[in-house]
Design a protein around this ligand. Sequence first.
Ligand SMILES: [Zn+2]
Length: 239
Amino acid sequence: MTISPTTNGVKTLETLNNGVNNEDTNGFPIRPDRTLSYSQNTHSQLRTEVSDEQMMDAVRTMLLGVGEDPEREGLLKTPKRVAEAMRFLTSGYNQSLEDLVNGAIFDEGHEEMVLVRDINFFSMCEHHMLPFMGRAHVAYIPNQKVIGLSKLARIVEMYSRRLQVQERLTRQIAEAIKAVLEPQGVAVVMEATHMCMAMRGVQKPGSWTVTSAMVGIFQEEQKTREEFLNLIRHQPSFF
Ligand SMILES: [Zn+2]
């Protein structure tokens, strides 16, 4: 994991935390986008610094900026709705991996591949704060220990509900599974379409982006990786 020390995100955090608890145990500045098990306290503290009213004011400013009248009837409640939607769409910041897993790890002695395919996800790109969405395929080869299948989907959801880039999101999911299960390997493939590419910029709807993160045996053994890639391409007979 690389950590770049000077970004706006870090400055904001440091300012808002008033210099308290703004480094992790390795002395790196805390980046909510980078941490795997983010302390809830630190982030709640950060959140209370910006009130709902301030978020709503920011939305009103945006409406004025695009030439709208925030006082017209259809827009009166929009700032409140947008603020609430933003809180929800970034609610992954308030979750921690520990709380999410909540002990749902079982010693099954299983050592074959476990794959959950086609997990729908919705995230927002950190460059434009526009949605990107698609499907995630998550596999691991246990080292005796397995995790409840729904937890894999919940991990995808937790990291998706933050401001992201698809590459980092993919890597974070893989690292999270590695951290909680210490498996022989983890593979994550994400296929997504980005509204910032479809609706603006190069305006290429229909294009999609694939990212992958391979850890352990999936990285080392071509055969294992191939098996995974075949399984995610395979068309299930019950559809
Ligand atoms: Zn973007």
